[in-house]
Every structure is written in structure tokens, then in C-alpha cells.
Design a protein around this ligand. Structure first.
Ligand code: RP5
Length: 168
């Protein structure tokens, strides 16, 4: 069986943690090994670059990067690795995250960052799982089961809606 690669969960500040912990919880639920670290593109640029350059050799398969405001962490990490980088722009600040969203998503050609929604920590973890599941049967089966569970929930809600409509 394939050994599941590790996911790195990086955040620019401890103030990001209340949101980012949803990514860690999802990775834990999917039994994906991960490390979480505070690394800043601006405050610890050398450490962030070093982590990115050595991540592949250390067994990571995907790197999640959460940052707010002038959110350069995901881009700075992507500049230093060819591993897939998923950016999580954080809400907050003077323009409530629009700055972080644009800074994370608007990468130059050739250096992509797969950007999820503002505060989209859980989806970042799901996307990391989907990337790893390309070569990981265990994960692929788990993700398929999650999709089936979601579809069953919607079917139940649809049934309840139709019952309410019948009573109008
Ligand atoms: C970003 O600046 C961090 O990712 C955080 O979202 C934001 C604010 O950081 P703190 O001033 O709270 O440390 O680099």
C-alpha cells in the first residue's frame, strides 16, 4: 500500500490558527500525516524559504499556506518548491480579506498557487487530500465515501423539502 505523504500546514501568524485549525482537524480525520508551523514571508523569510526548499525531501506532498492582509506566504513558498501549494487567504484587516485573496490568487505565470475561499481551511485540506489521492488508494476510497455521505444528506434534505411543499 502507498505510504500517504505528509501535508505541511503553514500560517503567517498565530492569529491565523483559530481558522487554520479546521484544516488540521480535517487532515487528522482523513488520517493524513501533517505538520503545522508558523512561518512568515515577511517576518521569517529565510526560514520560510528553507522550509519550502527542503519540503519535498522531507516527505511532504502538499503545502497549505494561510496568510492575511499582504498575504505573500503562499507565493513565497511556491517560489521555492515544485510541490503543489494551496493558499488560504484570511479574512480580516482594513478590507476584510480582499487584499489577502488577491495577493494569494494573482500569481505570475509558471508559479501557481491553488487558492481556496477566504478562510477556506477545510477545503484546503480536502484539496490536499484529493491531490495525494491521485496515487493513494486508501485516501481515494475515503474521499469517495465522503462524497457519498454528502449526497445522501442532500437527498434527505430534498425529501424533507418535498414533504413540506406537499403540506402548503
Ligand atoms: C499575516 O498578517 C498573517 O498571516 C496574519 O493573517 C496577519 C496578521 O498577523 P499578526 O499581526 O496578527 O501577527 O502575515
Amino acid at each position: 500500500m502507498t505510504q500517504t505523504k505528509k501535508v505541511a500546514v503553514l500560517m503567517g501568524s498565530d492569529s491565523d490558527w483559530p481558522v487554520v485549525k479546521a484544516a488540521c482537524a480535517e487532515l487528522k480525520r482523513l488520517d493524513i500525516p501533517f505538520e503545522a508551523h508558523i512561518l512568515s514571508a515577511h517576518r521569517t523569510p529565510a526560514e520560510a524559504a528553507e522550509f519550502s526548499k527542503t519540503a519535498r525531501d522531507k516527505g511532504f506532498g502538499v503545502i497549505l499556506c494561510a496568510a492575511g492582509m499582504a498575504a505573500h506566504l503562499a507565493g513565497a513558498v511556491a517560489a521555492n518548491t515544485t510541490l503543489p501549494v494551496v493558499g488560504i487567504p484570511m479574512k480580516g484587516g482594513a478590507v476584510d480579506g480582499l487584499d489577502a485573496l488577491l495577493a494569494t490568487v494573482q500569481m505570475p505565470s509558471g508559479i501557481p498557487v491553488a487558492t481556496v475561499a477566504l478562510n477556506g481551511a477545510k477545503n484546503a485540506a480536502v484539496l490536499a487530500a484529493q491531490i495525494l489521492a491521485v496515487t493513494d488508494e486508501r485516501l481515494a476510497a475515503l474521499l469517495a465515501a465522503d462524497r457519498a455521505a454528502m449526497a445522501a444528506q442532500i437527498a434527505k434534505k430534498e425529501e424533507a423539502l418535498q414533504a413540506q411543499l406537499a403540506e402548503l
